[in-house]
Design a binder for this molecule. Structure first.
Ligand code: ADP
Ligand code: ASP
Ligand code: MG
Length: 406
């Protein structure tokens, strides 16, 4: 008997009709002799709605309160999905993150799972029940509710699969798998049958929201086979797995885009030791992640411009902190640009090929797109550009690297 964790995303549980369809799928998997644990997201749009409601009250909501608010969407779906399964005649029980022993750190709204005590889940399975777990949440050491960051239900599913050594973790969503680029932007994007953990990790952390980055990290670390497929049909989906020989031949596997970026620049900051540390320590202390950093060469005044990117939701706080530090350092001022996007190409084969970066820059240049920032690693190249060119850039790069063809 196989143990399968099935996670259903927001669109897959968008209304009670969809929830009933999910229940049918779950029960039919159980009917084939499997043990099934279900993890659900909030109904489509609910989490956005909660963020909007909080925003109508305050610009800077208390993050502890935010987490209690955000976590409620998944509780609703877990109870409804459980009822739908029970209605088919199968025994089922819903659980919150706390009830399945998910302990996280205290970084509210982007907490990391520290441990899972799977005993209640095991007990439920032993009693023949189908457990339905509210995704995206846990509790910290003070028993306060935490959430795992947007898209975090994937991580709940993988963490449970790892804790119980499940045979597979199936992520059901509104597309048929992982594509060479977001199929909503690139109509001829190709669905991949397989992708390596490392490439998927890069794609996810660079903005391909089909999987939560932490979920892929967990899957890789614990060797959990991840299958991404559609909850709307029976097509086979994409297997996220260990790298193999065939995969290495492909130079660029896919590309990702991320609109959720803001660039902050400190102008004419003194070019001396310790300055970068002062700025980025202050930002790190506020629990804000900095992504790209670019520092220009200093000119005659021995001062330089320093730009970095943060995610949009952190931009207000990052700006406040940077302005404070800028005053202390005596720099000329701080500017902010929210109209930026990051486009990235990803591929493990890149490390053994020359000219990939040049081809990327040339493609963007031919499309008349200016590059504001660049960052590279062994298996990816990212460029920050004006957001208004993002879709053009993604399509041009997809063509240039022949990603539509096998
Ligand atoms: P769910 O609610 O099921 O978790 P998400 O909205 O989080 O679904 O993720 C699925 C979406 O990810 C798709 O609708 C698609 O637009 C987007 N996406 C971005 N990049 C990719 C990609 N490379 N492959 C597939 N989908 C992608
Ligand atoms: N409901 C959360 C979100 O919309 C978590 C998830 O769907 O994975 O981000
Ligand atoms: Mg998601």
């Amino acid at each position: 008997m196989a143990l399968i964790v099935q996670k259903y995303g927001g669109t897959s549980v968008a209304d009670t009709g969809r929830i009933k369809a999910v229940a049918e799928r779950v029960v039919s998997t159980a009917g084939r002799g499997n043990q099934v644990i279900v993890v659900v997201s909030a109904m489509a749009g609910e989490t956005d709605k909660f963020e909007r409601l909080a925003g109508e009250i305050t610009d800077t909501p208390d993050e502890r309160e935010m987490d209690l608010l955000l976590s409620s969407g998944e509780r609703v779906t877990s109870a409804l999905t459980c009822m739908a399964i029970q209605k088919t005649g199968h025994d089922s029980m819903s659980f919150t993150g706390r009830q399945v022993g998910i302990i996280t750190d205290s970084s509210h709204t982007k907490a990391m799972i520290e441990s899972i005590d799977a005993s209640r889940l095991k007990e439920a399975l032993d009693e023949g029940k189908i457990p339905v777990v509210a995704g995206f949440q846990g509790i910290n050491e003070f028993s306060d509710v935490t959430t795992l960051g947007r898209g975090g239900s994937d991580t709940t599913a993988v963490a449970i699969a790892a804790a119980l050594s499940a045979d597979a973790c199936e992520i059901y969503t509104d597309v048929e798998g992982v594509f060479t680029a977001d199929p909503r932007i690139v109509p001829d994007a190709r669905k991949m049958d397989r992708i390596s953990y490392d490439e998927m990790l890069e794609m996810a952390s660079l903005g391909a929201k089909v999987l939560h980055g932490r979920a892929v990290e967990f899957a890789k670390k614990n060797n959990v086979p991840l299958i991404v497929s559609s909850s709307f049909n029976q097509s086979p989906g994409t297997l996220v797995t260990k790298e193999d020989g065939d995969m290495e031949k492909i130079v660029v596997t896919g590309l990702a885009h991320d609109k959720n970026q803001t660039r902050i620049t400190i102008m004419r900051v003194p070019d001396s030791p310790g300055i970068a540390a002062t700025i980025f320590d202050a930002i790190a202390d506020a629990n804000i992640n900095v992504d790209m950093i670019v520092q220009n060469i200093s000119s005659d005044d021995n001062a330089t411009d320093l730009s970095f990117t943060v995610s949009k939701k952190d931009e207000k706080r990052a700006l406040e902190i940077t302005e404070k530090v800028s005053n202390i350092l005596g720099s000329r001022g701080v500017s902010i640009n929210s109209d930026v996007a990051k486009v990235s190409i990803i591929g493990v084969g890149m490390q053994s090929h020359f000219g990939v970066a040049a081809q990327m820059f040339e493609t963007l240049s031919k499309a008349g797109i200016n590059i504001m920032m660049i960052s590279t690693s062994e298996i990816k190249i990212s460029c920050v550009i004006d957001v208004k060119h993002m879709e053009t850039a993604v399509r041009a790069l997809h063509d240039s690297f022949n990603l539509a063809k096998v």
